[in-house]
Design a protein around this ligand. Sequence first.
Ligand SMILES: Cc1ncc(COP(=O)(O)O)c(C=O)c1O
Length: 401
Amino acid sequence: MFQPSPWRDDFPAIAALHRQQQTYLDSAATSQKPQALLDALLYYYGHGAANVHRAQHMPGALATQAFEHCRAKLAAWLNAGSAEQIVFTHGATSALNLLAYGLEHGFQAGDEIAVSALEHHANLLPWQQLARRRGLRLVILPIDDQGQLDLDAAMQLIGPRTRLLAISQLSNVLGTWQPLGPLLAHARAQGALSVVDGAQGVVHARPDLQQLGCDFYVMSSHKLYGPDGVGVLYGRSQALAHVRHWQFGGEMVHLAEYQQASFRPAPLGLEAGTPPIAGVIGLGATLDYLASLDAQAVSAHEARLHALLLGGLQERQGIRVLGAPQTALVSFIVEGVHNADIAHVLTEQGIAVRAGHHCAMPLLQHLGLDGAIRVSLGLYNDSDDLQRFFDALDQGLELLR
Ligand SMILES: Cc1ncc(COP(=O)(O)O)c(C=O)c1O
């Protein structure tokens, strides 16, 4: 039965892609953008761009006001406590690198950092490289055959030597939610800091950060229907105060002399240089748009589509779904056919999905694979999109097997 998306027309690119016979099923890589965001960008650039936190003039004051208003909006949206706890970065990757450099001073040789076995490279490599710089031990929290984190093993591996736990909220490959509640509580009891990579999770479940109980949370605007080039780092006030300045230049300085300088505290102290002003304003407009939607209707629509996608794949012969996906995306392989060949056939038929290692090479290696196809959903997708995907897949399977 046709299940239309009530929000499809809010995203002009979906119609444009359709006119080019393209079905977009790669929202976990990046999302399409709502008209509300396009309007906000046009307004900002059309009415006078200006740099923030420095100019006295009217456009500068307006830009600063709009920019800081978005910081407050984001803090409220995430239930962060206060706007001072929100640092703007250039993406989730840059937020995680900021942390890996800014927290480096607190580690000593022999300390441990724990990460799960299914992290995106963005939440693995900064910690791996920090461990190498400082002689730390990177502890990998294992997953079972279904790709689920082995919670008992993880609880044992996080111990008194653990100084930091870095874990994603939702896997970008397996579509599984991680058991954050017990892990974060246990890490805190051991005196470790915790970092949650919410790049995927924030899109499908609006977090309550005060309740979640992590020290840091990072997210990325472009996956949440916002502009690219913007990321967010949230920190608990005490934890944020522990992060050292890591990039130096304009905006973040308090007083500068030739031989020395003093710096502002977070958030501005961690935002060296011109921040992504238009991007932040655009993210604010996107949040307003998302807040205007019926959250229950969005969840129900996503759940229906996900079930349709998962069920359709599971009922086809020779397809192996990776793990036990719970939301928004499904990765799979076709026995005996290389994922690049499947991707090629789908691409030829205008189906935009992602193939490869999904920036999680160690996880794919652990699963004994060199790649997989990932189909991921946005709130503009509907059952017709999935029908077109399955038709193309069936044709591809006939051709390739
Ligand atoms: C789980 C996860 N973490 C981090 C990132 C990196 O995000 P960004 O593109 O904002 O750097 C991604 C992007 O795919 C992701 O899926």
